[in-house]
Write a protein that binds this ligand. Structure first.
Ligand code: ZN
Length: 197
């Protein structure tokens, strides 16, 4: 018998259990959550105040084809993920959104040091993320692993610190370590040379 070459319907894809191996914690916030966090934090730099328009703005940024430009959108989401409460909420909602799409296992990545701008320590950031994820996993039938990101455009000292953080948390939800960011202009060797100079 010939295997079917018919494309699966949208509905079938939606209903099928899925695995998602590359997703950014700070790249999938609900527009309504972004607006609520901004209101609570008194953050006034968002380009839109309407959830639908804000969603369009983020989508347009993601479609521009340049990683550097795409990362612009992260400036806002990262600015709004600086407290344990905000981070935990985003992590919890991540699980909720995964479950809605019938994702049964997801690996979500983020750079912990981006979330320490208001004094939250690295372990505080990790604790908040894990708290939100564990609660989300329990409430929704989904399993989530965390990938700790270092940034290739920053110092290798910091990358080393992030690698150590990943190892420290490996029995508590971390499944990997990633050297993230724009590859053009910052090969790994450059990154390591820079910090030694
Ligand atoms: Zn990515």
């Amino acid at each position: 018998m010939q295997p079917s070459t018919a494309r699966p319907t949208r509905d079938l894809v939606r209903r099928a259990p899925k695995v998602l191996l590359h997703e950014h914690l700070d790249g999938g916030l609900r527009p309504t959550t972004v607006l609520e966090l901004a209101a609570a934090a008194g953050y006034r730099e968002l380009p839109e105040s309407d959830p639908a328009k804000l969603a369009d703005w983020f989508a347009a940024g993601a479609a521009r084809g340049s990683l550097a430009q795409y990362l612009e959108g992260f400036r806002h989401t990262i600015a709004l993920m600086q407290t344990a409460e905000a981070i935990e909420r985003v992590a919890f909602e991540f699980c909720e959104d995964m479950a809605k799409d019938n994702v049964v296992y997801a690996e979500v990545r983020f750079a912990p040091h981006f979330h320490t701008q208001q004094g939250l320590g690295l372990d505080g950031v990790m604790t908040a993320v894990m708290k939100g994820l564990r609660r989300g996993e329990e409430d929704h039938k989904v399993k989530v692993g965390v990938i700790v990101c270092a940034m290739r455009n920053l110092s290798s000292m910091l990358s080393y610190q992030m690698a150590e953080l990943a190892v420290a948390w490996r029995d508590h939800g971390v499944v990997g370590f990633d050297l993230a960011g724009e590859e053009a202009g910052t090969p790994r060797s450059t990154t390591s040379t820079r910090s030694s100079s």
